[in-house]
Design a protein around this ligand. Structure first.
Ligand SMILES: Cc1ncc(COP(=O)(O)O)c(C=O)c1O
Length: 403
């Protein structure tokens, strides 16, 4: 069968080789530890699960939900934005429920781009910005995120003729995969850029609550006038450990929200009402579990960075997200290094080139794995790649186990 050209253009699955190797090793009985995915290992808090169960027995949940989200869910999202960022939103015009933020990001180019029009995408970046642009027959124009600029794009280097053809600028801070955070000055510059070129600034903000050392990540909508040009994607996945539930929302510029809502009415039929009920419980409910969980991620971050540095690897400080963006220490490619690590330790890490060409020379390590498995992975890295002081990895009193 001949598939559509637009699907072919997306290319082969970038992690295919690593996946194949992982499967081979597992088949040979190797205990593979996956530090590749950003999927919180901690359970959804119980009060959210209770709300789902209550919602599931409500007969209204058994029928189609409203396309754009229930009034109650949209109002809860607006309340959360007001409390968290001091941003006022009209729940009916400036909030739209999504089946996870990925779904909204994937449909945005369909709503905004004509074939041949440009979306500016961060490189490295979450792969959906590029693939959804291609599927909508737009042209993704990569904007490099470089270490010496703190992984913030230099918008001034985008050629004016490209910027004039662009209708979307995707940004994402705190950033996957680099872990970088944005300054308010950069957000101001980005909003100004969007105004100058009359494009939609789509800020993807699923990691706003995954922050350490007192850092508070901002919303792009805190910038005065941002709503004239910007929308912000938000997710319950990471904050509330709800990746499997598929619920998020987009807020901001009413025309862009309405265009995406219209697009979606032709594709899906909304988020299960009981899941929206659970979402309301998450957004309006007690938030005390979050600092506890952040302390756990922070402890994992500290152990991991300390261990990597003890190996002579250049792990940078990290104040948001659960991703360590590590320059490849042995001068090979990210894919080669990830493959060496997998062969020698059974530990899966992600080659940076999977996030764009500027990701070459890096690998991403995720901290969303149970403590004992993370510590086991760190012990194996120490065993295979160097000698660490005995107390570098908490709890590592024994020699690294044979694979
Ligand atoms: C930057 C970024 N945006 C969006 C998503 C999608 O999140 P969800 O669809 O679960 O809301 C992810 C998931 O890893 C992500 O890393």
């Amino acid at each position: 069968m001949q598939v559509a050209r637009r699907l072919e253009q997306i290319g082969a699955y970038l992690f295919a080789d690593l996946d194949r190797k992982q499967a081979e090793l597992a088949a040979r009985g190797v205990d593979v530890i996956n530090l590749g995915v950003g999927d919180p290992d901690l359970p959804t808090p119980p009060h959210i699960i209770d709300a789902l169960m209550e919602g599931a027995t409500d007969a209204r949940s058994h029928r189609y939900p409203p396309y754009s989200g229930t009034q109650e869910f949209k109002a809860a999202a607006a309340r959360w934005y007001q409390r968290r960022f001091g941003v006022t939103l009209d729940p009916e015009k400036e909030v739209l429920a999504l089946i996870g933020s990925k779904e909204g990001l994937a449909h945005l180019p369909w709503a905004i781009l004509n074939p041949g029009e440009v979306a500016l995408i961060p490189d490295p970046g979450y792969p959906v910005y590029r693939s959804s642009t291609i599927l909508a027959e737009g042209i993704p124009h990569p904007v490099p995120l470089l270490r010496d600029r703190g992984f913030l794009p230099d918008l001034g280097t985008i050629p004016a003729d490209v910027a004039r053809k662009a209708k979307i600028l995707f940004l994402n801070y705190p950033n996957n995969p680099t872990g970088a955070t944005a300054t308010p000055e950069f957000f101001q510059e980005a909003v100004q850029f969007a105004r100058t070129y009359n494009l939609i600034l789509a800020h993807d903000n699923p990691y706003s609550e995954i922050a350490y050392d007192g850092y508070r990540a901002p919303s792009i909508l805190e910038i005065p006038g941002a709503k004239e040009v910007a929308i912000e994607f938000h997710s319950l996945s990471k904050t509330y450990c709800m990746t499997g539930w598929r619920v998020g929302f987009v807020v901001g510029n009413a025309a862009a929200v309405s265009a995406l809502a219209k697009m979606k009415t032709n594709v899906d039929s909304g988020v299960f009402r009981a899941v929206q009920k659970a979402g309301i419980a998450a957004l309006d409910g007690p938030q005390q579990f979050l600092p506890e969980r952040l302390r756990l991620y922070q402890a994992r971050r500290d152990r991991t960075i300390r261990t990597l540095r003890s190996l002579g690897w250049q792990a940078a400080d990290l104040r948001a997200t659960f991703y360590i963006w590590l320059p490849v220490p042995d001068g090979t490619s990210g894919a080669k290094f990830a493959s060496t690590v997998l062969d020698r330790t059974g530990v899966v890490i992600t080659p940076g080139a999977g996030y764009g060409s500027q990701g070459e020379g890096y690998v991403r390590i995720s901290l969303t794995i149970a403590d004992d498995r993370l510590d086991e992975a760190l012990r194996r890295l120490v065993g295979a790649f160097g000698r660490a002081p005995r107390d570098t990895v908490e709890g590592s009193r024994s020699a690294p186990p044979a694979r």
